[in-house]
Design a binder for this molecule. Structure first.
Ligand SMILES: [Zn+2]
Length: 458
């Protein structure tokens, strides 16, 4: 027999000896026997599983039901922990002013997670006298006892002290919302404040005392003790001014005897009328060596002289790098023309009149709201600035640095600082300087206030 004709088994068998063959056969017999033994577990299986196994459809239904139940439980737990909890916290607030109960919607009284209270409501209850405008509200007990809020300002003025409050006041639609914590700390003695944040209740009670059966209200006072007072405006007395030029003949202008006319506030909330012209507009234009060529620039007489002293000193300190005046007094008509010119530029690009106006207002003042009509301010530019007025280029100049360090000595302030845009309503303008007289300029310079804040303070 040839090896190739043999099957593998035959081949294997032929290679086993008889003893090995016997072992193999007995082992195979054993395996055969085991296959006949019924698995013991099968008997122990529960009737339910047996039933379920026989009914595949029912098994699927049970699985789906259990899965859905688990999912529902998980959802409920998550909902309880988040959604439901939030919903619970957002229920209305109940305010009681003495006998009167007022329910206020959560969204109207909790703003950015700060609980507010309407000062006007409190003033009515506490019989405080109220005065104010669109933007500021003042609540008065007496000349010395008052509290004043400005819309969107994080400062309040309590009895002539400017203080930082933790969230801005909101003045709109006849309400003056102020953080509850501020008012509960500022109003002293005569009023008792109680609040339960969990129950969403606030109770405000006027305290009384009785003398011979007659009941009187306790006196109300305001206190600034619980607040951080803004660094007091540094007194200008005692500061020695060093001028790098002889300003003797200019001091009468730099430090005007009465600085009231120079503290005039012009902004979108305080516009000038169409007919406003500065009372003392100088008849002499600014010297052409200090201005751009081809145009005459005028300022108020006092501001004009102070500016001449300032620019002369700048040219002396940083020769060839000084800035020159590119805008000064602008009359109402000029503002209208400029405004219309800008708007027409956008209309030509396809904007509607309204859209063009909105675009222009982002960077330009509406006629009447430009401070330039006051004759008290100037814009500076340097010969190196080829792209017109812009902060990036102007901030790089030596003139910017010089003005930042010295303008106050001549009675000028940087009118629209970078960190005050929310108060001034104007974008940062590193080139726009305003004359206010040296006392105010020095106070503003050292206290880091803008003109609006300073005027509120004094
Ligand atoms: Zn300007």
């Amino acid at each position: 027999m040839k090896k190739d004709d043999m099957s593998p088994i035959e081949s294997k068998e032929s290679e086993l000896n008889s003893a090995e063959l016997q072992m193999l056969q007995s082992s195979l017999a054993e395996q055969e026997d085991r296959s006949n033994i019924p698995p013991p577990e099968r008997k122990k299986q529960s009737k339910l599983v047996k039933f379920a196994k026989k009914n595949t459809a029912l098994t699927v239904i049970i699985s789906v039901f259990v899965t859905a139940l688990v999912a529902l439980l998980v959802f409920l737990c998550v909902y309880m922990a988040t959604g439901l909890a939030n919903g619970k916290n957002k229920r209305d607030y109940l305010f009681t002013f003495g006998e009167e109960e007022i329910r206020i919607k959560y969204e109207k009284i909790v703003i950015d997670e700060v609980l507010y209270i309407d000062m006007n409501k409190l003033a009515q209850y506490a019989e405080l006298s109220v005065s104010g405008s669109e933007n500021t509200m003042k609540y008065v007990v007496s000349d010395e006892q008052y509290i004043k809020f400005t819309n969107e300002s994080e400062y309040a003025i309590i009895n002539a002290t400017k203080v930082v409050i933790p969230a801005p006041a909101i003045i709109k639609n006849g309400t003056c919302l102020v953080p509850y914590d501020v008012i509960s700390k500022a109003v002293e003695t005569g009023i008792e404040f109680k609040s339960d944040r969990a129950k969403h209740t606030v109770s405000i009670t006027r305290l009384t005392y009785t003398v011979e059966d007659v009941t009187y209200n306790e006196d109300i006072t305001f206190s600034s003790a619980d607040f951080t007072a803004v660094s007091a405006i540094q007194s200008t007395s005692g500061i020695t001014f060093e001028y790098n030029a002889d300003v003797t003949s200019y001091l009468q202008y730099i430090v005007p005897e009465d600085d009231t006319p120079y503290l005039m506030l012009v902004n979108p909330q305080n516009p000038l009328s169409e007919s406003f012209v500065p009372e003392n507009l100088s008849e002499t234009p600014l010297p052409s060596k200090y201005t751009g060529q081809g145009e005459l620039y005028y300022l108020d007489e006092c501001a004009s002289e102070a500016l001449i002293a300032m620019v002369a000193a700048m040219y002396r300190d940083i020769p060839n790098n000084g800035a020159y005046v590119t805008s000064a007094y602008r009359d109402y008509q000029y503002q209208v023309e400029l405004f219309e010119e800008y708007i027409n530029g956008y209309i030509k690009k396809g904007y509607t009149r309204d859209a063009a106006e909105a675009e222009v207002l982002k960077t330009s003042a509406r006629p009447g709201t430009s401070e330039h009509q006051s004759g008290l301010c100037v814009d500076f530019i340097t010969s190196g600035m080829k792209n017109g007025l812009n902060n990036t280029d102007f901030e790089k100049t030596a003139a910017f640095k010089w003005l930042s360090d010295n303008a106050y000595k001549y009675g000028f302030i940087l009118r629209y600082p970078e960190n005050k845009t929310h108060i001034t309503s104007y974008s940062y303008e590193s080139w726009h300087y305003r004359f206010v007289g040296r006392d105010a300029a020095t106070a503003i310079y050292f206290s880091d206030l803008c003109l609006e804040e300073y005027l509120e303070f004094i």
